[in-house]
Design a protein around this ligand. Structure first.
Ligand code: TXA
Ligand code: MG
Length: 332
């Protein structure tokens, strides 16, 4: 299959493909998503096949506005309305009980909840509004690889497997949306993102829990995706928690280093062995996945050392992704 790249002004062609049941990747403010019409079971199954994703890992339903979720949610509780009013369109995904029979079980993975997301991206808004139906929107990468933050990343992973990619340029945030579960008594953040638990708690005026991510394979996990290996390039990743330790890592042709510009300049390695995460944590969020992909394409690199940041509200999302990419390995 030829994978077409669509420019911003070719949206109608992308809408036609989606309406026909084809798969089209789309930009959001977080990462690129892999779209298929959410009400078509065959198309949804195609998404799992294209990504190589386990079938018990449910998909996000991407909508153009709040009205669209009323068709698929059993109810929209007051809490959800508050969060939607405050954060949508934006990088917050909300779990609600699904209206039985309104979506194929392939979307929800057979759970009684469904994840709704309304991205802050005009192209995607127009795409879904024109289609008139929501689209599923998992990250548009091959399962286990870092999420794509450019149309080129999507093309690298999925060329020949999907009908098209809408190129909206590099994404703004670079890490996936915050997921908050509202189907439980106390709201719980299942995946940290740009919108912090503290901000959610402030808008709701109540306590918000944070999932620690320790999910065993035996129980039914609340965010099934968390039990799988994720964000991982082929070479092992090691987190460097203290910048002083960059002075102690082995430096040779097989070493890759990802750090802020200020640290990178002190490290004596050829430029191609270094990846600049930028000037601050916001830049690092934006660049993390691109850096992991950069080294994944350099087969001579056998070990990737990545700068960590002190745990805190602001670094939750970055450290969550980095810890997964590193499978818990920290420099000692
Ligand atoms: O920023 C984002 O959220 C991106 C963009 C493209 O919108 N999408 C994204 O989708 O990250 P994905 O599929 O890569 O990650 C969604 C996560 C998965 O870990 C999945 O297990 C979880 O959400 N999830 C989806 N539906 C769920 C449900 N009903 N209950 C619990 N977890 C759910
Ligand atoms: Mg993903």
């Amino acid at each position: 299959m030829e994978t077409k790249i669509f420019a911003k002004d070719q949206l109608d062609e992308a809408v036609d493909l989606l309406a026909k049941g084809e798969l089209v990747a789309f930009p959001t403010e977080t990462v690129y998503g892999l779209g298929a019409i959410a009400t078509n079971e065959k198309s949804v199954k195609g998404v799992y096949a294209a990504k190589g994703r386990p079938s018990d890992n449910p998909l996000i339903v991407t909508v153009s506005d709040e009205e669209m979720i009323a068709r698929y949610a059993k109810e929209v509780p007051e809490r959800a309305k508050k969060l939607i009013k405050h954060f949508w369109p934006g990088p917050l995904t909300i779990l609600l009980f699904v209206k039985p029979g309104s979506l194929p079980t392939a979307v929800t993975g057979g759970l009684d909840t469904v994840a709704f997301r309304c991205p802050d991206d005009q192209l995607t808004h127009d795409l879904i509004a024109k289609l008139g139906y929501p689209i599923v929107g998992p990250s548009a990468n091959t399962s286990t690889k870092p999420s794509p933050t450019t149309a080129q990343h999507v093309y690298h992973d999925l060329k020949g497997k999907i009908a098209g990619i809408i190129d909206g340029g590099p994404t703004r945030v670079g890490l996936e949306s915050t997921i908050v579960d509202l189907s439980v008594k106390t709201p719980i953040v299942l995946r940290p993102g740009e919108i912090t638990p503290e901000e959610i708690s402030q808008v709701l005026g109540e306590k918000v829990l944070i999932n620690t991510g320790k999910v065993s394979d035996k129980e039914v996990p609340k965010a099934p995706g968390m039990k799988y290996r994720h964000y991982a390039p082929s070479a092992p990743v090691v987190v460097v928690d203290h910048v002083e330790d960059f002075a102690h890592i082995p430096l040779n042709a097989e070493t890759g280093v990802m750090a802020l510009k200020s640290e990178l300049s002190k490290i004596d390695l050829p430029e191609e062995n270094k990846f600049n995460l930028g000037n601050d944590l916001v830049d690092a969020d934006h660049n993390l996945f691109g850096g992991l992909r950069y080294f994944d394409d350099k087969k001579q690199i056998k070990q990737i050392y990545v700068q960590g940041f002190d745990e805190g509200e602001e670094s939750l999302a970055y450290m969550n992704r980095l810890n997964k990419a590193a499978a818990g390995h920290h420099f000692k």
